[in-house]
Design a protein around this ligand. Structure first.
Ligand code: 0O2
Length: 214
């Protein structure tokens, strides 16, 4: 399988990521235009690199014919929220849209129960229709929803895993779990003053929009 095969294979995934990022960004804009608090803080999307796909095929012994259904995060979307409560609002938002173009096929709730590493996030695997030059395709997309604090932890832990090739020394693992607990504490504290922060942000939003409208 050469470069051309993978380029063609990934076209619908690129398309899906571009469309979904646009949709969530547009929802965020709508909240702002309505003067309402947005549960979506930021959105990021990526298509898995060919080398990572090949690594997963190798590690999991994936049958290449079943690749599209077996590796569920070739197209990945990450939604960052300010507060843990916002994560569930975003999930509801997706569920409301689900009957339209995002059919939820699997939920991985690493919020109510974190992974052994300390990882916390809420994952939805959805089926998403894309229209490409070659025709209609329905592909799997993984949506990860987490707070900014969870994202901070996750990015650092991911880079350490990359460095240590999944064999992070025990002492570092313990530190990471301590850090994960501290992140949970930060999220809890922020949630307890959520209303206060949201009111302040609304006032701040009104002020900055009146400045830009001059
Ligand atoms: P990358 O580079 O982000 O793409 P499963 O299907 O449940 O048996 P799978 O497919 O590993 O197993 O699913 P899982 O565990 O839900 O992981 C999917 C993605 O979640 C990972 O993709 C990571 O992005 C993220 N993730 C899961 N566990 C951890 C963790 O302990 N630490 C961090 N930092 N991220 C995690 P990839 O392909 O591993 O990586």
């Amino acid at each position: 399988m050469g470069t051309k095969y993978w380029q063609e294979f990934l076209i619908p995934y690129d398309q899906a990521v571009d469309e979904i990022v646009l949709k969530f960004n547009s929802l965020k804009d709508q909240y702002e235009k309505l003067g309402e608090y947005s549960p979506i803080e930021s959105v990021y999307g990526r298509v898995k690199s060919v080398s990572s796909i090949l690594e997963k095929i190798h590690n999991y012994g994936v049958d290449i014919e079943a690749l599209e259904d077996t590796i569920q995060d070739i197209a990945g979307i990450r939604i960052m929220c300010q507060f843990e409560e916002d994560i569930y609002e975003v999930v509801e938002l997706i569920k409301e849209r689900a009957h339209r173009d995002m059919e939820i096929v699997r939920v991985k709730d690493y919020l109510s129960e974190a992974k052994a590493s300390g990882y916390k996030s809420y994952h939805l695997i959805i089926r998403y229709p894309v229209f490409c030059v070659s025709g209609f395709k329905s592909i799997l997309v993984e949506i990860q929803i987490r707070t900014l604090a969870m994202n901070f932890w996750s990015i650092i832990e991911h880079s350490l895993n990359y460095k240590y090739k999944e064999n992070i020394p025990e002492v570092v693992k313990k530190r990471l779990i301590n850090a994960a607990n501290a992140v949970n504490e930060v999220d809890r504290e922020m949630s307890s003053i959520r209303e206060e922060i949201q009111n302040a942000q609304r006032v701040f939003g009104l002020k900055s929009s009146s400045v830009t409208s001059i």
